[in-house]
Design a protein around this ligand. Sequence first.
Ligand code: SAH
Ligand code: SF4
Length: 351
Amino acid sequence: METLILTRLFPEEIAEALNLEPYRGRQIFRWLHKKRVFDVENMTDLSKELRNQIAEKCVLVQSQIAHIRESFLSDTKKILLKYRDGQFVECVVITHRNRVTFCISTQVGCPLGCAFCATGKVGFKRNLNAGEIVEQVLHLLSFVDLGKKNPNIVYMGMGEPFWNYDEVTRSIKLLMHQLGVNIGARRITVSTAGDVKGIMKFADEDWQVRLSVSLHSADDNLRSRLVPLNRKYPLNKLAEALHYYQEKTNRMFTFEYVLLSGVNDSLEDADALLQYAKQFKCNVNIIPWNPVAGLNFQPPSKEACEKFQNYLTQGGLNATMRREHGQDIEAACGQLRRIFLDSTQNCNHHQ
Ligand code: SAH
Ligand code: SF4
């Protein structure tokens, strides 16, 4: 019999899979997702017999913390998780004034290979299941004192969420579940490199989860170099999908734009972005590139960032600049994993 992975199941599915009364499913779900208790022996309102049955048939938690890095420059912690098959992903918690943001991964590595991205360099290992995605939030919750703060969740860690669509949407529903973490839909953002099929499906979902689209260039030639997915879904196809999204949902979305010095940060680039973005009700979020060892790009100067931002703002766009958090802990996606693996490989080498 296949082992049951409990953290990816809803209460009713848990009850059904274990042949229990519905309320039992809710109890177990609450232990995992609300109380974050992963040792069945500590689930005190379950009988000894039921605890034994669960221990025998189920996997309660699929991940453990392998490494923690704390930023000294900002209140950012980056956690490296190790899954049962030995694969690693990273997730980050950023505390800034009154906001707590969890940044989580959806895949081990990423198949899309964007030119400037550390995760892209890793290549693709595998998809995460919904339980593995949710467990990142469950672990991160133990690192913050939320008090009255409502956390935000951004799907901006390793991987392309829409290339793991079903498990990603399942994980969102699990995180929104009232008996669990109970996050409001509007506090969740999914970021895609521009997967048109995924955007169309996302538009049809009956919820208010937010969408971000990583654009990085409004010129097809340049964008195809930076984001190879653009060769499959060029800017006009992306625009069609985004129009569909807005007609269907009537919601704003955000364009993410990583600024790379001398590559996509000129005023012509800003103008192309302005013209492209103007056709939508959207915000633009400018992200100064976070250096990745071995990649041949340069972060933009502060002046270049400001000029770029001002151009957009003067053109009537709402353009913000993402404040960099955790640069000293390699907080850009995929970087901690690489450094950790590199250093463990080096260790092995010396032994
Ligand atoms: N695959 C999805 C979500 C994960 S990447 C996507 O591409 O949208 C999340 C964001 O981090 C993307 O906007 C991506 O372009 C950005 N990013 C990747 N590497 C970066 C780096 N080195 N510095 C700054 N931003 C980076
Ligand atoms: Fe994948 Fe996003 Fe990195 Fe591109 S930027 S390689 S889509 S994780």
